[in-house]
Design a protein around this ligand. Sequence first.
Ligand code: DGY
Length: 313
Amino acid sequence: MLLVPPLSPALADAVAASYRTVRWPETDHETFLAEHAADIVAIVCTNSGAVPARLIDALPRLGIVANHGVGYDNVDLDTALPRGVLVTHTPDVLDDAVAETALALLLAVRRQVVAADRFVREGRWPQGPFPLTDQVAGSTVGILGMGRIGGAVATRLEAFGASVRYHNRRQVPGSRLPYAESPAALAAEVDSLIVVVPGGSSTEGLVDAEVLDALGPDGVLINIARGSVVDQDALIEALEGGRIRGAGLDVFRDEPHVPTTLTEREDVVLLPHVASGTHATRAAMERLTLDNLHAWMRGEPLLTPIPELRDRT
Ligand code: DGY
């Protein structure tokens, strides 16, 4: 098995406990491939470890990519799928953790939690009170992407007293939530917009200047999806121009690098891609990654193949 970093020590050790493993090196890929390519039948990776076409092409016996993460835009599907390489991911088990992060970011931006914390720590309180903020209760929140995570976000927003609307590639049958025909139409109807769509070429730049302008000067953008979904330059320009109120971001265009044009701003809350990063959720994701791998090795049906494969496995 080929372990593609970054991978948690727990997952790497668990795979190594059952199978012979080699680790993808940082450099000298040619020498590594000359030595190991013919033996590698499986790749284990996380959603931040790239599995590009040239790696898939270099492994003649590759049968599966077991991805630790619900998103799998790190895997070149155009190369893997036509070759019959199976791909699994870890849906469902992270819905609660990711939805909590969406709410944490929305509350942090709307109630200025991080700025207020800095205000206390920097000793500014004795000089006067912290400015008033906006509450989530009574506001309207749009969810862009109404899959399982979007649904978990909606449940929590309603518990906070917000009205929820959504846009999705297709309207969700039976949903009682109001549907907007496009991302811009949704943005125009809401106070805050939460981005939950999968990454990849079909959603690249989906949240652009038009959507941000539709959100408007009191609007807040939350992104827990992928950095690629939001046009980061357009977002920075909208923040700098006061065309939106603020943003809460767990994901960025060029992770782990975040431009100073964002880090220097008070109206943003920035997280290091930790939406699923709880002990319980990461353990469940590791278990599911392993169980998919074991199932494939035994010739059994995969537990959670990616949607593109579901009818075929
Ligand atoms: C994933 O698993 O793809 C998400 O990035 C979780 O944060």
